[in-house]
Design a protein around this ligand. Structure first.
Ligand SMILES: C[S@@+](CC[C@H](N)C(=O)[O-])C[C@H]1O[C@@H](n2cnc3c(N)ncnc32)[C@H](O)[C@@H]1O
Length: 243
């Protein structure tokens, strides 16, 4: 297995081409639109006047959605192409979002603590994910809300596996392994690994979600997406920092 550091992983993530960033700039891709965004928005609740950190904000699509709901957003993103794209969006249609180019494990001073931190599909992308999760929790006010999403660790690469076999197959779960993508690398870790770290940081888990797609939506989605009506592609957790 390659010896990844946060820096080498970030260099890979920072090469996502502009057309790919543009294609998901409004509300993410099909899966985010139908499975992640509705759950995140429900878990985050009323954001009017809330100070929110979008930790690993990518092209900034979620930051912009949250800002439209009245939140004061800081979006942290280390990847070069995503950061530049997010800043460009803010320059052309200002929403008061502050984008900061940084590794979550080496955050500059971001000002006052946050009411909520959201980190969507980021922890699996970070070699030092325990440092990244710690930074998310430490950025919160006491009692603040931390919401994160990961690819469901029981069903990694669900969609391509389903397309190939018409069912989900895997031979591994317990060990950490790499999942190379077109412009970045993710790392598989178990559910217990993520949740035990959250507990060790003094957080109280308040909800776990494993959203599924309705058959009606799957009919209009890309080929093989009916996998998402049978098995959850995402695991979404909400927790509170100790008061
Ligand atoms: C799958 S993308 C998700 C982006 C965005 N949250 C979304 O949902 O569209 C993973 C993101 O994590 C970012 N990332 C990787 N390593 C990071 C680190 N050490 N600190 C913060 N973000 C990181 C990548 O640059 C990439 O933008």
């Amino acid at each position: 297995m390659t010896e990844w550091t946060n820096d080498t992983a970030i260099q890979r993530w920072g090469t996502i081409p502009r057309d790919a960033l543009q294609a998901t700039a409004h509300d993410g891709d099909f899966a985010k639109r139908h499975l992640i965004n509705p759950v995140l928005l429900r878990m985050l609740g009323d954001l009017q006047g809330q100070r929110v950190l979008d930790a690993g904000c990518g092209n900034g699509y979620l930051s912009r959605i949250l800002a439209r709901r009245g939140a004061q957003i800081v979006g942290v993103e280390p990847g070069q192409s995503q950061f530049e794209f997010a800043v460009e969006q803010e320059t052309s249609a200002p929403q008061g979002i502050q984008y900061v180019q940084a590794d979550l494990c080496a955050l500059p001073d971001l000002g006052a603590p946050f009411d909520a931190v959201v980190s969507s599909m980021v922890l699996p992308a970070v070699p030092d994910w325990t440092g990244a999760m710690r930074a998310c929790v430490q950025a919160l006010k006491p009692g603040g809300l931390f919401v994160f999403t990961v690819n469901h660790p029981c069903y990694e690469q669900l969609w391509p596996t389903w397309r190939q076999h018409g069912e989900y197959r895997t031979a591994r779960y317990l060990a950490e392994y790499e999942i190379p993508g077109p412009s970045g690398v993710d790392f598989h870790r178990t559910i217990a690994t993520y949740l035990n770290q959250l507990i060790s940081l003094g957080c109280h888990l308040t909800e776990l979600a494993e959203p599924g797609l309705t058959p009606q939506l799957a009919e209009n989605g890309p080929d093989g997406i009916d996998a998402y009506t049978h098995l959850p592609n995402f695991l979404i957790a909400a927790a509170r920092r100790a008061a």
